[in-house]
Design a protein around this ligand. Sequence first.
Ligand SMILES: C[S@@+](CC[C@H](N)C(=O)[O-])C[C@H]1O[C@@H](n2cnc3c(N)ncnc32)[C@H](O)[C@@H]1O
Length: 226
Amino acid sequence: MAAAARPDTGTGMPADLLGHARAATGFMPDDEGDLLHRLARRQLVHGPVLEVGTYCGKSAVYLGAAAREVGGVVFTVDHHRGSEENQPGWDYHDASLVDPETGRIDTLPHFRRTIARAGLEEQVVAMLGRSTTVSAHWRTPLSLLFIDGGHTEEHARNDYEGFGRWVAREGLVVFHDIFPDPADGGQAPYRVYLQALESGCFTETEHLGSMRVLTRVRGASGDPVA
Ligand SMILES: C[S@@+](CC[C@H](N)C(=O)[O-])C[C@H]1O[C@@H](n2cnc3c(N)ncnc32)[C@H](O)[C@@H]1O
């Protein structure tokens, strides 16, 4: 018997997964999530997708939905201890994410619940650790890299240089939280995005909200992008 068609959500996301993405704790507006999903659906046939900055799995549901549809795998890296802005006393602190035993942020169980509820455990593979530790050992060409980890200049630059080099020719780097105007948000990811453009390795091909999509136009996977 043929599978029943899924109702169209109007966003491109399968209806059953859109609810899970919306329900997950996180910072991804519907339209940016939708763009991620569309790009991943196009790119996954060429190789894996890697996300830096898992948090509670919201963006991973958008990416994992694409993997469920077209095949392929999404890797997502996080130490799950939160970024600077997630720590107590900062704007983006959420006390419900603190582990009462350690007193430290632990988003891993929240991520795990999000992905299990969405039924995406086969598509989304979590890597638990510092992004620099993982990128130092990473060797696989990527079809899409989504950078949404630490938002200091040091972290954003490490993520771009450490994983960006593994993006294949014609592959994509998607930057989140790009704010050219300091009144709108922090400038570190913006400066690293400018570095990517200035490298000549990438050209901007799409822009939505605070998301910038760059396509690799020079070099091959493994060649430095700094
Ligand atoms: C903005 S949140 C990610 C949000 C997620 N992409 C979403 O849309 O739901 C940033 C995440 O990056 C992680 N992070 C920050 N610096 C990191 C580092 N150096 N290595 C690994 N993870 C890091 C934090 O723990 C945090 O969960």
